[in-house]
Design a protein around this ligand. Structure first.
Ligand code: GRF
Length: 191
């Protein structure tokens, strides 16, 4: 049976797009569900385009009920992939999918992570600090923002005069290139 992936995203979903493209014709894995806390998130349109079902939830459902966990279990999800998902993962979900929830972060963790460190703020902080190197991190998810065990990092040089847009773009390119492959490799390790 194909391994089944669920993607959580809060916004545009360009990473989700790459993951859905990557597994569209794959033999051993598929994206079975896209979930969002944001009814206006463009990722939902992207899921529709791939004819992948989606589920929208609110704070109450996510933090006060088991509905999301029950749905993931019912759909026999093997791996939960966060791709631009801005809410902290609750305990019931962490317990239901031990070592089966991963995230991508647009910096070289443990630098530039934690609550509030997302989007342009990350890249601005990197520029403000005069970093010569920047990159991306794919990691397991635990009860804190951006703190689980690192699975993979990719890095690039920050050149003198690089703008925020430039380093953001460089990071996105790396995310789109590596996230689908890391997911594929991880799934191969599961029985
Ligand atoms: C990515 O930069 C990812 O690292 C971070 O959120 C962003 C999501 O972008 N967690 P997109 O929605 O996939 O375009």
């Amino acid at each position: 049976m194909k391994k089944r992936i669920a993607i959580f995203a809060s916004g545009s979903g360009s990473n989700a797009q790459k993951i859905m493209e990557h597994f569209k014709y794959a033999n051993d894995a598929e994206v079975a569900l896209v979930l969002s806390n944001n009814a206006d998130a463009y990722v939902l349109q992207r899921a529709d385009n791939f004819e992948i079902p989606s589920h929208i939830f609110d704070r109450h459902e996510f933090y006060q009920t088991d509905e999301v966990v029950d749905l993931l279990k019912r759909l026999e999800i093997d791996l939960v992939v966060l791709a631009g998902f801005l809410w902290l993962v609750p305990d019931n979900l962490l317990k239901a999918f031990p070592n089966k929830i991963i995230n991508i972060h647009p910096a070289l963790l443990p630098k530039y992570g934690g609550k509030g460190m997302y989007g342009d703020r990350v890249h601005q902080a990197v520029l403000d600090a005069g970093e010569e190197e920047h990159g991306i991190t794919i990691h397991f998810v635990n009860e804190n923002f951006d703190e689980g065990e690192v699975i993979y990092q990719a890095r690039f040089r920050v050149e003198p005069g690089d703008t925020l847009e430039q380093i953001k773009f460089n990071g996105q390119q790396l995310e789109h290139l590596h996230y689908p492959k890391i997911i594929e490799n991880l799934l191969k390790k599961y029985n």
